[in-house]
Ligand binder design. Structure first.
Ligand code: NAD
Ligand code: UGA
Length: 479
């Protein structure tokens, strides 16, 4: 363990899914460093400061414990951005970098307006020597722009200097604390060995030195995009094979096991599903696609773009398949959606496969009872661009007067009420509680013939079938 006398105060701009947990772990591991996480979103900062730790704005197993230990001691959440920057020896930029929705590169390039705003704010408010760390995922060569902005301040009243480092984050949601506590690697890109050492010393408090990789700035920025592209590529590969399994009688779980035991391939990220979601895989690959086209590599761009296209296809495919199995129409039918988050153990719904699948079913006139143990119904309304309606009377049973085709959805407080009166259940997130459902007691609540569509492969097939339900699961079909 090395100590780090030079860095005494850290400011992190962006109190989101990365900034919050990452800084909580740094503060927890480095009690002598004052860490302030700032954000322009007052509600988010208020939630980080809520005395009730179950109300933190990010749900992550173990996060409440870490925040509970460090908050108020050396971990602070604030909207005082300028002040925190002025006091900091090191500033992390951990703001959102979504795909641009309009203008040049719309639909592919990253929208860097928030990163640029941060760089300008650091340029305005920093004092003395400041190490600026890119924590956000950024297009390769963004550090050039950050450096140019930092260098362009008019006549500061006192001498200042900056170093820019790239330190992309590899945590996955749902396992953020575990990933931060025990990362496969920490990547630091930069030009100034002293600045790199300052940051390496912080991580060195709990991460083995050989896991701290030092590269140049551009390799670091590009490695983050490449890591996500490779992970997502595996998912599109296995999801494509799942479709072939369904057509041929093979079982994708058996194929995953068979190929995953090859040590060159490995077992992780071979779980077929409803397509990948999350805020990053799609946006980072599209960013890579944009960069490839920009640098005159259209064939490379097409190669990576196909990973995203296959993912979108998988989501539409599942919705289409549900309609086909339900006699070609879901108009006026009640469907129970189990799981809306993009994966288990998070309340995040960004790019969740459930969004596209539900939208397709709503387009067909379905009535969706949606259950998720962590997602706020307000967020579901936003994602579906449709206000929630009231749940039909529980005793209305499976008969419905309305076949008008008016699509509706409502939040269900528990699995049984979601399933009550439904023609089909779709499992779209692999929450632990969906693995242990008692299908014998749930089956009588459904209108027959009733289906279970298991897009996550979590239900026990024989339990579902012996309860008298028809069963489809990804990568196997209804054989
Ligand atoms: P997020 O949207 O949850 O959080 C970003 C926060 O930054 C928001 O609260 C926003 O209000 C704040 N913000 C934006 N501009 C600001 C400004 N000028 N001043 C102060 N605050 C500002 O995003 P996130 O999921 O934490 O992702 C942040 C970055 O990390 C992205 O580049 C993302 O690609 C990357 N990343 C995310 C994950 C993940 O699991 N979510 C993992 C690795 C990397
Ligand atoms: C992913 C990466 O795993 C992180 O390393 C990275 O830091 C992060 O993106 C990021 O840059 O944002 P995350 O999106 O949080 O993390 O979650 P993952 O566990 O990667 O899952 C992504 C999607 O793939 C989820 O929808 C998940 O259900 C799906 N998935 C994952 C599968 O369908 N099958 C699998 O075998 C694994």
């Amino acid at each position: 363990m090395s100590s780090n006398p030079n860095i005494q105060t850290i400011c992190c701009i962006g109190a989101g899914y990365v900034g919050g947990p990452t800084m909580a772990v740094i503060a927890d591991r480095c009690p002598d460093i004052q860490v302030t996480v700032v954000d322009i979103n007052q509600a988010r900062i208020d939630a980080w400061n809520d005395s009730d730790l179950s109300k933190l704005p990010v749900y992550e197993p173990g996060l409440d414990v870490v925040v509970g230990r460090a908050r108020g001691r050396n971990l602070h959440f604030s909207t005082g951005v300028d002040e925190a920057i002025a006091n900091a020896d090191m500033v992390f930029i951990s703001v959102n970098t979504p795909t641009k929705t309009k203008g040049l590169g719309a639909g592919q390039a990253s929208d860097l307006r928030w990163v640029e705003a941060c760089a300008r704010q650091v340029a305005k408010s920093a004092k003395g020597h400041t190490i600026v760390v890119e924590k956000s995922t950024l297009p390769v060569r963004t550090a050039e722009a950050v450096k140019a902005i930092l260098a362009s301040v008019d006549q500061p009243s006192e001498p200042r200097s900056f170093e820019v480092l790239s330190n992309p984050e590899f945590l996955a949601e749902g396992t953020a604390i575990r990933d931060l506590d025990n990362p496969d690697r920490v990547l630091i890109g930069g030009e100034d060995p002293a600045a790199i050492n300052e940051l390496a010393d912080i991580y060195g408090r709990w991460v083995d030195q050989e896991k701290i990789l030092r590269t140049n700035l551009w390799s670091s920025e590009l490695s983050k995009l490449t890591a996500n592209a490779f992970l997502a590529q595996r998912l599109s590969s296995i999801n494509s094979v799942a479709a072939l399994c369904e057509a041929t009688g093979a079982d994708v779980r058996e194929v995953s096991r068979a190929i995953g035991t090859d040590s060159r391939i490995g077992p992780k990220f071979l779980q077929a599903g409803p397509g990948f979601g999350g805020s990053c895989f799609q946006k980072d690959i599209l960013n890579l696609v944009y960069l490839c086209r920009h640098f005159g590599l259209p064939d490379v761009a097409d190669y990576w773009e196909s990973v995203v296209l296959l993912n979108t296809w998988q989501q539409h495919r599942i919705a289409r398949l549900v309609v086909q199995k339900l006699f070609g129409t879901v108009t006026g039918k009640r469907l129970a959606i189990l799981g809306f988050a993009f994966k288990a153990d998070t309340n995040d719904t960004r790019e969740a496969p459930a969004i596209r699948i539900c939208q397709d079913l709503l387009e067909e006139g379905a009535q969706l009872a949606i259950h998720d143990p962590r997602v706020d119904p307000v967020q579901i309304s936003r994602d579906l661009k449709l206000t929630a309606s009231h749940a039909p009377e529980a005793d209305a049973g499976p008969t419905r007067g309305s076949l008008s085709g008016e699509a509706t959805w409502w939040p269900s407080p528990d699995v049984a009420s979601a399933i009550n009166g439904s023609d089909a259940v779709l499992i779209l997130t692999e929450w632990q509680q969906y693995k242990q459902l008692d299908w014998r007691s749930l089956a009588p609540l459904m209108r027959k013939p009733a289906w279970v569509f298991d897009a996550r492969g979590v239900a026990e097939p024989k339990d579902v079938v012996s309860a008298g339900l028809k069963f489809w699961r990804v990568g196997e079909g209804d054989g």
